[in-house]
Write a protein that binds this ligand. Structure first.
Ligand SMILES: [Zn+2]
Length: 132
């Protein structure tokens, strides 16, 4: 789909800090993170809403796999998920780590916005292969 920033990220025509990728999905650091480690999980094929995916089960299984890996790495307490979809009209799932120990919400956000390379590298390595 034209003029869709997530389709451009999937096609590697727009920059993003990709942390996971397989045949169906791609995950990358959110550009405007709510917390440290805030990711967007996106299906590679353009759909407007997440509930329009032909295989939503596999999509959420991928989300679960990513979440289980990143919680210990980030020392997060749990993760919240969101499927608002108003800003970018390409189905996506917010994966937002939540912290019991207050690591400093602002500090975490800043770390992701100002030094994303290191964070992306850490998550990418922990999530293993499949990332091109
Ligand atoms: Zn799209």
């Amino acid at each position: 789909m034209e003029n869709c920033v997530f389709c451009e990220i999937v096609a590697k025509k727009a920059p993003a800090f990709i942390v996971y990728e397989d045949d169906e999905t791609i995950a990358f650091l959110d550009r405007y993170p709510q917390t440290l480690g805030h990711l967007q999980l996106v299906p590679k094929v353009h759909h407007r809403w997440i509930y329009e995916l032909p295989d939503i089960g596999t999509f959420f299984a991928t989300a679960q796999k990513i979440i289980r890996v990143i919680i210990p790495v980030l020392e997060a307490d749990h993760v919240t998920l969101g499927t608002f979809g108003r800003e970018v009209k390409h189905a996506h799932l917010w994966i937002v780590p939540q912290y019991k120990k207050e690591i400093g919400l602002q500090e975490g956000k800043q770390r992701q916005q100002e030094k994303p390379t290191q964070l992306a590298q850490l998550l990418k390595e922990t999530l293993g292969g499949g990332v091109s």
